[in-house]
Design a protein around this ligand. Structure first.
Ligand code: GAR
Length: 209
């Protein structure tokens, strides 16, 4: 069983896709052990509570400086002992210590086809505004591992979405979510859970020898 935690900052539609995926069996062998937000008002926390998942807020506003926040955040993560950390619209730069401690065990969903429209300053609606301003005809979403850079980690899954003449940033954002993000994020978790289960079986067998 893959124990995951989901980090969120806003509406939490990707979190909802994960909750639904686990409930309906599209994501197998996975348990959501907790949801952490940096923002007490995030609707994502409501979604977690409604699904009976422990929901926590660790806000920079409650700490005197960045280091104190980073330490508290990492402590909250560690206390849940996750196998995998899923960043689902989490708009906080992760402490480097956390990236080192959880290497290849943190994944992020980004609303474009990396390496387009990614990196510092590209998040949420801004990504879709940039895609429309550039006039691309195809955009999409990417699931990738998190490393020390911004959106630079190894790519796990991508899905393309057509841009329409009539699109606004909001309509494009919605279509990218519906057609790409809510599809590839649950798929990626399911695949990682399958690998994790295989690994555990293998380790158990090795232990018996
Ligand atoms: C999603 O579109 C996600 O891809 C994006 O924020 C939105 C969160 O929506 N993430 C980034 O831009 C990260 N660089 P949600 O809270 O409804 O899942």
């Amino acid at each position: 069983m893959l124990k995951i935690i989901v980090c969120v900052s806003g509406g939490g539609t990707n979190l909802q896709a994960i909750i639904d995926g686990v409930e309906k069996g599209a994501i197998r062998n996975t348990r959501i052990a907790g949801v952490i937000s940096n923002n007490a008002g995030a609707f994502a926390l409501e979604r977690a509570r409604k699904a009976g998942i422990p929901a926590y807020c660790v806000s920079p506003k409650d700490y005197g400086n960045r280091q104190a926040f980073n330490d508290a955040f990492l402590e909250q993560v560690n206390s849940l002992a996750p196998d995998l950390i899923v960043l689902a619209g989490f708009l906080v730069i992760l402490p480097e210590k956390m990236i080192q401690a959880y290497r290849e065990r943190i994944i992020n969903i980004h609303p474009s086809l990396i390496p387009s429209f990614c990196g510092t300053g590209f998040y949420g609606l801004k990504v879709h505004e940039a895609a429309l301003a550039r006039g691309v005809k195809v955009t999409g979403a990417t699931v990738h591992y998190v490393d020390e850079g911004t959106d630079t980690g190894r790519i796990i899954a991508q899905k393309a979405v057509e841009v329409l003449e009539s699109d606004t940033p909001v309509s494009l954002q919605r279509r990218v979510m519906e057609q790409a993000e809510w599809v590839i994020l649950p798929m990626a978790i399911d695949r990682i859970a399958a690998e994790h289960t295989e690994d555990s079986v293998h380790k158990k067998r090795e232990g018996c020898k």
